[in-house]
Design a protein around this ligand. Sequence first.
Ligand SMILES: [Zn+2]
Length: 185
Amino acid sequence: MIRQAKTQPIGVIGEIGAWDAMTPDERKVFRAVAKAHRATNLAIVTHTNFGKGALEQLDVLELAGVKAGRIAIGHLGGLNDDDATPKAIARRGAFVGFDRQGGPGDTRQVKMVMAMLDAGHAANLLFSSDLSTGGSQLKRNGGPGYSKTLTVFMPKLREAGVDEKTLHGIMVDNPRRLLAFMPKH
Ligand SMILES: [Zn+2]
């Protein structure tokens, strides 16, 4: 990973996956990723199975020396009516990835985003479409396309009362803060 990061134009280490409760091998991979982060300073983006094991992922990375502000825990919008986990991750200073937006899960995600904003966690939110690779979501196949977070999901947040300044912070400032880094060579 370190060799790849130093020889190719890589901007982030991800997405690093685990399934439910982490297995010993998954923990080993996360520790290796932490090592690669310490050698390169690249941010880390993870995959959870609809949010399961999210706090454990953060635990393993932080224990291995990664600062929470350099970590985004992914797919947390898949948690069913669980506000506690995303809030706990934000309180610890890591980014909360709400993704797979612009589809049937939007109603639930709008609710979760509003709960995070009410709790003062706007600076810890990251959005993305996590477009499925099957092809049916592409515009040329009649789908909403890669831009669906902007074109489908964000209008729903505006309708729910989220102002432009907050949306700009989430869509521009937050990813910039996560992704900006001073490369170590
Ligand atoms: Zn994933």
